[in-house]
Design a protein around this ligand. Sequence first.
Ligand code: ADP
Length: 230
Amino acid sequence: MIEFKDVSVKYASGVGALNKINLTINDGDFAFVVGSSGAGKSTMIKLVLKEIEATSGTVIVNGFNLKKLKRRKIPTLRRTIGVVFQDFRLIPTMTVYENVAFVLRVIDAPKKYIKSRVPYVIGLVGLSHKMKSYPNELSGGEQQRVALARALVNDPSLIIADEPTGNVDPALSYEIVGLLKGINECGTTILMVTHEHDIVRHFGGRIINLNAGNIVFDEVIGGVNEAEQH
Ligand code: ADP
């Protein structure tokens, strides 16, 4: 769950990136965040991950009040969140399996668990046949699916997807968002930042529109079904 209460962020330069934002994203929600460049979308994500602090207001993420959260507890917060980036951020010298397993190795998960969990999540994103491939042997869409498996492997309650379809072929973009929707249906909260209006229109759901640091629209819209689309 994410809760913003009167949250403002003013950068040292004097730029007001968010202005008294109020927002609740409940457990199990799927929300798109849209808005033009400079609207405050990245600032919102950085706040949720506690990469930056709010200048004023309260941010609560998965039960943690971020203002009160001690620096040494930040990894505990981040373990409840999986993040997918536009540029995938896979490790080029590691296979698909290793890229995903790495997340669990870092937190000292038991070997036996890693051996069963990693192939399971790679299977969820449909890449069982590419387990031994390296990132440069995969398409953009496949690389993003690996990134999704990596975000999922630790069973986070929240996934933040920051322009996950930005470097993926348009047709495959729908697959990636479809996968996120499936993950959401299993109970994971998803916050997806996107520029792509077609995707938002196609899938529908909750749309949060930021403009110059303000929420100008926060509503649920219906999606377009396949038959109408094609
Ligand atoms: P978006 O992700 O929607 O493009 P951002 O959250 O990156 O928007 O930026 C919101 C506003 O804050 C913009 O005016 C941007 O120039 C400004 N900004 C972002 N990061 C910084 C920073 N580190 N220092 C100063 N200003 C920043």
